[in-house]
Design a protein around this ligand. Sequence first.
Ligand code: NZQ
Ligand code: ZN
Length: 381
Amino acid sequence: MNNFVFRNPTKLIFGKGTIARLAEEIPAGCKLMVTFGGGSVKKNGVYDQVTAALKGRDYIEFWGIEPNPKIETLRKAVEQCRRWGVDYLLAVGGGSVLDGTKLIAAAVKYNGDAWDLVRNNALIGEILPFGDVMTLPATASEMNRNAVISSIETKEKFGMKVDYPRFSILDPQTTFSLPKYQRAAGMADTFIHVMEQYMTVAGESPLMDRWSEGILQTLVEIAPSVLENENDYDSMANYMLCATTGLNGFIAMGVTEDWSTHQIGHELTAINGLTHGHTLAIVFPGLLKVLRDQKMAKILQYGERVWGIHDGTPEERAARTIDATENFFRSLGLQTRLHEVGIGEDIILEIERRFNERGVAFGEGRNVNGTIARRILEAVK
Ligand code: NZQ
Ligand code: ZN
């Protein structure tokens, strides 16, 4: 097991009716900005619950943080925070609203342009405190310090480290209104978060392995219900908890991580606009094919424990395990090949070019460079 430091200060408030507790969590007397996306919260009653909970408080609203939050939008929010003297932020929505709000929190007191902070996290100084009401289980942004920010101008998308939410309110009932595609993409995102921390080196921690496999097995078990039973509280509650624990540090203790599927997926979204979780469902089976030998021991363990694949040569078992993984994503209703989502060779070559230009190499072996990224994408053309 590798050395590690674990700290996660977010207070998680989980369950039915918990939005009503908002006012207890936000200090009295602060100047609050509440941030939203495109309006889903007005249709599903979340906005009404938030405004009822904040009755009598001093706050302004900022609307329009879009999926894959754009720096161009966030700059406007930063301006408004400065103008109104905002000193506390509340994000209400999915991972994009919360990620965008993290960037706003870091940029309000920064003297230069907010994009500088995305490109160089070391420039982050004072960060405004923030909390959230999370309405989409996927990113675990509600319990980690990551934000992923995009630029319309440069067609780029980068992850960054900001800070943890002070608190996160998760009422699974808020997810009943999620369209099927967002449920599918969110489950794929959660699945791959676990994989990024699990599908690396065998034998580092049997405990972390079992926790990871527990999340994967739970996702496989509940997926049909999450997709078909729109208002099933227990399925959505378990899905939400899978998402949160999938990327809040619990399964990363002492183990080697990968993250190259995410790096390639971010490029697909930046260039083509494809939804985050969907990019991962396409890239990951390709990554397993190209890096099969490097990851063989873990692929076999995963195949055995999650899919019950015991028989055959290691090569046969690995092939069946990779097929089972791709079939799982297809069972969610997601296409798993690039041509099915209109992505061709030009984008593959552009991603190779970008990785080469940046001189990057990702993954536990630090070997997923431009050439390997191209091979991974070509494996799932
Ligand atoms: O904007 P509104 O109208 O609210 O609609 C949203 C949006 O259109 C809608 N939605 C959210 N909750 C809903 C709902 N619709 C109906 N009912 C609800 N309860 O869903 C759409 C997608 O929302 P978005 O926030 O973009 O989705 P998600 O939570 O999957 O976030 C994706 C972003 O998070 C980043 C991704 O790269 C992407 O930019 N990630 C953040 C991570 C982190 N902070 O740790 C890790 C992830 O790997 C990921 O990269
Ligand atoms: Zn993700």
